[in-house]
Design a protein around this ligand. Structure first.
Ligand code: 5AD
Ligand code: SF4
Length: 464
């Protein structure tokens, strides 16, 4: 982790094609179970892990008791993400007493030195570990573990590379994730991601566009361009090609819906706002993490913008992009956050009236600068701040939903509603979840829906 901070910005990133390795024949035709925690990036990695296993003849099961290979694709963003994985490991340990299970751990936790030490010392029943940088080596690692019958750990602490052509088993045949960049170079002081996912590296735009064209040909209606800081797309690769260019080029493919996550206020240019506003198939939805409304805390977080700059950008987006929806992330209880700092966050929330917000209590991550800062605020006080913030945040997201009652929204229908199997579910252009009543099967279609009810986190409507 210390080395990660001394990254060589001019280092050459290794880009290579996926190199197929045959899996040990004892595993061919057997069942596998993958459990993924965390963000969309990890979800997408999960699709690659499944894709590789299926290309070696393994079959997915959702019942862990049937599985020969079990893989936990982990998240490291907050302590509770760790806790969930360690909790689940206990369960798999028990199962291993009766079932012949080959157990693996990958994802962001696998990139943490402290976790690797712990797995070596205290979790001998974990059979193999690989990191976020070497998913393409998974079969090699599995084979090694089968052959030696020993715990096999292969985790790189390199800058990261790009592997093109990894097979994927997509979770949906309607909406697809497309990586546009990997890693992050922002080094916000609270965040573990620059360490677990390596340096920022953009995929070539030709590769991205080719992938979108092929997804469109397969019938996909929507792509979500993925990266930790998509606004910095291209900076490491091109002089004059950025996210605005990419959005316009992806727009030209004619795919019906284009989304992108996650944005950083620092790199969000007017050119990008114009591209979103002008391309009809780029959806008017932006996730723009604020983190804090106090300039003092933003500086301690190394966020490189002030609250005033954030507000200027926010207003520009609202002015220029018709009917845009903007959501955010906020951390409360960062070390040294006073009641006054917290109130400044509330003021910004009251000014922005976000359509939605994900809120978190600061969680110290081993090896990050913020974990070393003095933190005297008791947890109870942080919890009270979170509660207060959530009340305000929920009020605005509710109002944002209420405004849609009586309107007609274009929804991309993704399947049957999880809450009510007599309904379909889909998303508005602005990324609001709608439970839809319809006589005909509308799965995979973009349909007009009359919104008749708003809840805090979803809408109800009828297909017209
Ligand atoms: N503690 C709490 N929240 C965090 N996030 C990132 N790191 C931490 C941490 N150490 C939040 C940020 C980020 C979101 C994905 O998770 O708000 O935007
Ligand atoms: Fe995703 Fe961040 Fe969790 Fe890694 S640590 S899985 S990048 S949310």
């Amino acid at each position: 982790m210390i080395d990660a901070k001394k990254r060589d910005k001019n280092a050459v990133i290794d880009t290579h094609k996926y190199n197929k390795v045959k899996i040990d024949k004892s595993l061919r035709g057997r069942k596998y179970f993958v459990r993924t925690y965390g963000c969309q990036m990890n979800e997408h990695d999960g699709e690659k892990i499944k894709g590789i296993l299926e290309s070696e003849g393994l079959i997915e099961t959702e019942n862990i008791e049937e599985a020969r290979v079990v893989i936990l694709n982990t998240c490291a963003i907050r302590e509770n993400a760790h806790d969930k994985v360690f909790g689940y490991l206990g369960l798999v340990k028990k199962l291993k007493e009766t079932n012949n299970i080959l157990l693996g751990i990958c994802g962001c936790m696998a990139q943490e030195e402290s976790v690797i030490d712990l797995i070596r010392d205290k979790y001998p029943y974990v059979d193999f570990v690989f990191g976020t940088h070497n998913i393409d080596d998974m079969i090699k690692v599995i084979n090694e573990s089968v052959k030696t019958n020993k715990q096999t750990i292969e985790v790189y602490s390199i800058l990261g590379n790009i592997c093109e052509g990894i097979p994927e088993k997509k979770d949906s045949n309607i909406s697809a994730w497309v990586d546009i960049m990997l890693g992050c170079d922002k080094f916000c002081t609270y965040c573990i991601v620059p360490y677990t996912r390596g340096t920022q590296r953009s995929r070539k735009y030709e590769d991205v566009i080719e992938e979108v064209i092929s997804l469109k040909e397969k019938g996909y209606k929507e792509v979500t361009l993925l990266g930790q800081n998509v606004n910095a797309y291209g900076k490491d690769l091109y002089k004059d090609y950025n996210l605005a260019n990419l959005l316009r080029d992806v727009s030209k493919t004619g795919i019906e819906r284009i989304r992108f996550v996650t944005s950083h206020p620092w790199d969000f240019t007017d050119e990008m706002i114009d591209a979103i506003a002008q391309c009809p198939n780029v959806m008017p939805y932006i996730h723009l993490p604020l983190q804090s409304g106090s300039n003092r805390i933003l500086k301690l977080m190394n966020r490189s913008y002030t609250k005033e700059e954030y507000l200027t950008l926010y207003k520009k987006m609202r002015d220029k992009i018709k009917n845009v929806t903007i959501t955010t992330d906020i951390i409360v209880g960062f070390p040294g956050e006073t009641e006054e700092d917290f109130n400044e966050t509330l003021n910004v929330v009251n000014e922005c009236k976000f359509d939605g917000a994900y809120t978190f209590i600061f969680s110290p991550r081993v090896g990050t600068p913020a974990a070393k800062l003095k933190d005297e605020t008791p947890l109870r006080e942080k919890e009270e701040r979170l509660y207060k913030l959530n009340e305000i945040v929920n009020k605005y997201s509710n109002e944002s939903n209420q405004r849609l009652v009586g309107t007609v929204q274009k929804c991309l229908v993704t399947g049957i509603s999880e809450k009510d199997s007599s309904k379909y579910c889909g998303y508005t252009e602005t990324m609001k979840l709608v439970n839809i009543l319809s006589d005909e099967d509308i799965t995979g279609k973009i349909v007009d829906v009359k919104i008749d009810e708003a809840k805090s986190f979803s809408l109800n409507g009828i297909k017209i």
